[in-house]
Design a protein around this ligand. Structure first.
Ligand code: NAD
Length: 248
């Protein structure tokens, strides 16, 4: 298809999960995709005529500057993020510090770096990965994660308001539980805690009223929409896609 024809896209955390599925979906839609991650071994397996891969560590400003200079993106998809397990007592300050750096400050850094070029070229679309979990709905043992993902919504609204006159749109995505490699790790870890993998799986699935978790491709479809001009009239919003989790 040609929904993203002529668009240059920079994706972080594109080696697996939602980032990977989104890079592929946007490439299929005709975009020139710059798919980046720290996991270069996995990135090497991401092959498509419209995809160029390179190492980009969102914790490192120099790495971001190189990536943005190469990609010169019209669309920036900030997908990198980490799920920390624990509550307000068990989480340490270091956990919070690390999560804010990876889940929030990384996006401040990439947006700050990519914005001037976007403005110069007449506009752009920034898509930040938040979560339904955070300011939309709470979940057990997700204090650090929920706090950072709520902050992503605040960041999104700020950027949207400040740059709307320069043709910049900024939205974020709030998925429910999505099948991905790190999600499988979380189910395995909870399974050890609960005594069975099946019980852990049931705990994750049962909170989705739809009766299943999402595929990464289902989230990628929303990313394609927000990247394209079809979404020209939406900015500053969390776009919830959560199998009915928070919509009851
Ligand atoms: P994942 O967690 O399986 O993969 C994460 C990727 O991030 C890996 O490829 C990893 O190498 C990369 N990464 C880690 N540190 C990085 C760094 N410093 N710089 C660049 N890349 C780095 O993928 P996922 O589960 O699809 O999650 C992707 C995003 O979606 C995250 O922000 C996550 O919080 C969010 N999210 C996931 C779910 C879910 O249930 N899976 C739900 C809501 C939101």
């Amino acid at each position: 298809s040609s929904r993203l024809e002529g668009k240059r896209v920079l994706v972080t955390a594109a080696a697996q999960g939602i980032g990977r599925a989104s890079a592929l979906a946007m490439a299929e839609a005709g975009a020139q995709v710059f798919a980046t991650d720290v996991a270069t071994d996995l990135l090497d397996k991401l092959t498509h005529d419209n995809i160029q891969t390179s190492k980009l560590d969102v914790l490192d400003l120099a790495s971001i500057e190189t990536g943005v200079a190469t990609a010169q993106p019209d669309v920036l998809f900030n997908c990198a993020g980490f799920v920390h397990h624990g509550d307000v007592i068990t989480a340490t300050d270091e956990d919070l510090e690390f999560a804010f750096d990876l889940n929030v400050r990384s996006m401040v850094r990439t947006i700050r770096t990519a914005l001037p070029g976007m403005i110069e070229r007449g506009g752009g679309s920034i898509i930040n990965m938040s979560s339904a979990l955070g300011s939309i709905i709470g979940a057990p043992n997700r204090m650090v994660y929920g706090t950072t993902k709520a902050a992503v919504i605040g960041l999104t609204k700020s950027v949207a308001v400040d740059y709307i006159k320069q043709g910049i749109r900024c939205n974020c995505i709030c998925p429910g539980t999505v099948e991905s490699p790190s999600w499988h790790d979380r189910v395995t870890a909870l399974g050890k805690e609960m005594g069975s993998y099946a019980a852990a799986l049931e705990a994750f699935v049962s909170r989705q009223p739809l009766g299943r978790v999402a595929t990464a491709e289902e989230i990628a479809a929303l990313v394609v929409y927000l990247a394209s001009d079809e979404s020209a009239f939406t900015t500053g919003h969390p776009h919830i896609i959560d199998g009915g989790w928070s919509g009851q």
